[in-house]
Design a protein around this ligand. Structure first.
Ligand code: FPP
Ligand code: MG
Length: 350
């Protein structure tokens, strides 16, 4: 694949920029909360929630917004525009922080980024549900205060709303699929779930934002971007699913729950297509049961059919397809933006 444009920021620089912008946006949110009469104690709690939700992660989505704007505009991005795209990147991080709070509750997870999940903290519990709502509502507060007079304001608001709805519907279908018996799960459902719950807000959104903000979001370009984003998100979620079973929690910062939660995920879908009848029976008896013995039986079947090897081959094939799709993109803005995203998101998971 061709080299990245020289306008892409080094990781350390884009991370620092993102962190500084989060601090700034956090201040703007609190100024507003103060102005409407929230007490310092109530504000501090939201501050903690934002900090925990954005610290220790790789800020992939926010950094992609910043870098994509630079890739599209080159060195012509003005300081005011650079500040704006930083803020917009920060809003994607706020959205991610809210989703992750809710997702960890729904999945019954224990750790995120190596620390207890927000809802698992003693002083938080189910109040985390409302904290997530406050983070999500803050996105629109910042859009209103900073972009209301910008020509792309309406497009940006609609894009954020679309991204939320897609993700929420993806999460809904993920939860519905978890109630179906294993023989009823299939790749079509999985592709739908990954497109909605992962690809839209993790790939399409961070790339579409700078395009719309810079007035370059033509329908044809956004359509091509969407199609490629779905393909990328599919592989990204499959990697997340593989690591849910085979990842080292010290590296991933989270302990997998997909087996206990009966998730429609890459490992079980692949296993159902590779197992013999006896192995399938063991999977059906034990998948979705929240006890260590059942989880071990499922993992033993995954090992018997050498799932890591199957994943390695599957992943290599899909990455090759995705690379070809990006190389063949008709629009150079889409191609360059996608390469910018890949350089951040795609490390070998195996
Ligand atoms: C992670 O999937 C999924 C998301 C981050 C999307 C979650 C979306 C919601 C919770 C929407 C809920 C909305 C409302 C309004 C309550 P995963 O569990 O496979 O990823 P993980 O391995 O990081 O946990
Ligand atoms: Mg989860």
């Amino acid at each position: 694949m061709a080299a990245l444009p020289t306008t892409t920021l080094p990781i350390a620089t884009s991370t620092q920029t993102m962190q500084a912008t989060i601090t700034h946006v956090r201040r703007l949110i609190f100024d507003h909360f103060e102005a409407i009469g929230l007490e310092p104690e109530a504000i501090q709690r939201i501050a903690d929630c934002i900090d925990i939700g954005t610290e220790g992660g790789n800020l992939l989505r926010g950094r992609t917004v910043i870098d994509t704007a630079r890739v599209i505009r080159g060195h012509d991005l003005s300081p005011a525009e650079a500040e704006d795209v930083g803020k917009l990147g920060c809003l994607v991080e706020l959205m991610n922080a809210a989703f992750v709070i809710w997702d960890d509750i729904m999945d019954g997870s224990t750790t995120r980024r190596g620390k207890p999940c927000w809802y698992r903290r003693e002083s938080v519990g189910m109040r985390a549900v409302n904290d997530g709502c406050v983070l999500k509502a803050s996105i629109y507060l910042i859009l209103k205060s900073g972009f209301r007079n910008h020509p792309a304001y309406l497009n940006l608001v609609e894009l954020f709303e679309d991204a939320c709805l897609h993700t929420e519907l993806g999460q809904h279908c993920d939860a519905v699929a978890a109630t179906k018996s294993l023989e009823k799960l299939n790749w079509k459902q999985y592709e739908f779930i990954t497109a909605k719950k992962t690809a839209y807000y993790s790939m399409y959104l961070p790339l579409a934002i700078p395009m719309l903000y810079l007035g370059l979001g033509t329908p044809e370009r956004l359509k091509e971007l969407y199609d490629i984003s779905m393909k990328v998100g599919f592989i990204f979620q499959a990697r997340d699913d593989f690591l849910d079973v085979y990842g080292d929690p010290k590296v991933t910062g989270k302990i997998g729950t997909d087996i206990q939660d009966h998730k429609c995920a890459w490992p079980v879908l692949t296993a159902m297509s590779l197992c013999d009848d006896k192995q399938k029976l063991i999977l059906m008896e034990n998948y979705g049961k929240d006890n260590p013995a059942s989880v071990s039986k499922v993992k033993a079947i995954f090992d018997e059919i050498n799932l890591p090897k199957a994943f390695k081959e599957w992943d290599a094939g899909r990455v090759a397809e995705m690379t070809l799709m990006i190389e063949n993109a008709t629009d150079s803005v889409v191609k360059d933006s996608m390469m910018c995203l890949l350089s951040k998101y795609f490390k070998d998971p195996r």
